[in-house]
Design a protein around this ligand. Sequence first.
Ligand SMILES: [Zn+2]
Length: 174
Amino acid sequence: MQPLKYLSGYPEHLQQRARELLDAGRLGATVRGRHPQAHAVRNDRQLHDYVQELKARHLRQSPPLGKVLYDGRLQVLKHALGLHTAISRNHGGKLKASREIRIASVFRDAPAPFLRMIVVHELAHLKEAEHNKAFYQLCLHMEPDYHQLEFDLRLYLTALEHEAGRPAGDTGIP
Ligand SMILES: [Zn+2]
């Protein structure tokens, strides 16, 4: 049985269901059917505005955003679903932390709820560095459906990786 790396933290029966859909070549279509909405956040400038708007609504107290960009080299899993870097710069002897948010470019073409979920994840890191209880409470405050969306996103990434280049209905047999 092939391991599904994006789903390794989930109960076996959920992984099994994902495997069945994957074997049937229907995992990607199932996830897209559940989340058909696309988004219009095409470039870094639009991404910055999108992140800024969510931040203004939910996290006004946290430090200002630094750079916000789509990053084509980012590997989603390796960077725990995003990348949050605190860069310290020396300004006239005073250390100032600048918060940069990089979003893997796979989210540019992902369904709208997945972009929102990953941005919520990165914004929560402005206040909590670790994936602890306080961190997930912040995520849920910004997106009540956070946990379901994270699971669906992991299904989506699994489908992208395993079903890539296989049109729906293709058996994979030449
Ligand atoms: Zn994280």
